[in-house]
Design a protein around this ligand. Structure first.
Ligand code: HEC
Length: 153
């Protein structure tokens, strides 16, 4: 009993520097979160989307999207980004999944992809004129705020 406790304390003591080191040096995920802080024009759009008319499986997929894609930046970034086609979302969901510490499984990535493709069809591709106007407004607001003609600072 006594020696078990001693071993436990010894282990804890030996692990202490590791814990302090981990605390002091940013993890791969923290570095990504830091990088994601650099503002983008898409961040200035709405953070929410009305999914009440989406099919139930897409509503389920939204839940995965909301948890997994809001860890490093806000949901406004993917929701207002100009990407809309399956091809574009395939590229960007894969890009985000590959980021160190993203914690997105292939199955979750597929659900996020399904949500974004459906949502983009409804909100973006169905009315390209209105959507392009929205994008132009975000770019103008971004420029007014940061004084540059780009979508990222
Ligand atoms: C590990 C942190 C992290 C997670 C998780 C994450 N992102 Fe990102 N995201 C970033 C960073 C950092 C950027 C800034 C540009 C870059 O580094 O790619 C970014 C940029 C973007 C952009 C702008 C396009 C670009 O690449 O410049 C979109 C769209 C996007 N993310 C969508 C998503 C989606 C969809 C998910 C969920 C599948 C997601 N992100 C999850 C870190 C993350």
């Amino acid at each position: 009993m006594k020696s078990a406790l001693y071993r436990l304390l010894l282990t804890a003591y030996c692990l202490l520097p590791t814990a302090i080191y981990a605390e002091g040096s940013p993890s791969a995920l923290e570095k990504e979160i830091e990088a994601a802080r650099n503002p983008m024009a898409w961040d200035l759009g709405p953070e929410t989307v009305d999914i009440s008319n989406y099919p139930p499986p897409v509503q389920e997929a939204y839940k995965v999207f909301a948890v997994k894609c809001g860890r490093c930046h806000g949901l406004a970034r993917p929701l207002n980004a100009p990407f809309a086609t399956a091809e574009e979302w395939n590229t960007y969901v894969n890009k985000m999944m590959r980021k160190p510490g993203s914690g997105i499984t292939p199955n979750e990535g597929k659900q996020v992809f399904d949500f974004l493709v459906h949502d983009s069809r409804v909100r973006k591709l169905s009315n390209p004129e209105a959507w392009n106007k929205h994008i132009d407004q975000l770019l103008a607001s971004f420029q007014a705020k940061y004084g540059k003609g780009k979508e990222t600072r």
